[in-house]
Design a protein around this ligand. Sequence first.
Ligand code: CA
Length: 229
Amino acid sequence: MPANILVVEDEPAIQELIAINLEYAGHSVLRAHDAEQATQMVREVLPDVVLLDWMLPGQSGLAFARRLREDERTRDIPIIMLTARGTEADKIAGLESGADDYITKPFSPREMVARIKAVLRRRSPQLTEEPVEVGGLRLDPGTHRVSADSAQLDLGPTEFRLLHFMMTHPERVHSRTQLLDQVWGDHVFVEERTVDVHIRRLRKSLEPSGHDRLIQTVRGSGYRLAATN
Ligand code: CA
């Protein structure tokens, strides 16, 4: 399950160690040495996971985690806090700030990779290879197939990713910006109109089985995939 991981760590040796291990595990790594640099990076590309050091120069990791949680665009990014602190009170503060998990330094790279995998499986099902089924529609990321009952449906690659994301997050309203971030990985240079074009194509591909009705337009907000047909 390769992911884009943002590592926010001010100590160069630790940052390097983390990055090497994550890249070795097949992930793409973005590196920031403080919250300010991380904020700039997140503004451009939404990472799949943030690995965040607690003790940073300037704004603390804890404050940065809170800021990510307050912003609609970034509130769902899984966050793993990295810290030398290990007391119960610190763990609670970290989890209350919106962190999904907590790793205490020193940690083994293998443990870190395993924790990331667990968080991704829990929070970002669209990155896994698990087949999903909603309202009689079945999507298998492993074989890249979409079927309704026993009939295969023919989808383009973008429509496939779009459907995969929406099926793993049913009933939620996604703005065009969120869909661009999640499906295209870019909300800056791709026009919002692009989303509408691909939603239209997706509906057309789902028409033969009547599953186009699952894709609902939420006026003024975006799109939603209904959990039942
Ligand atoms: Ca530090």
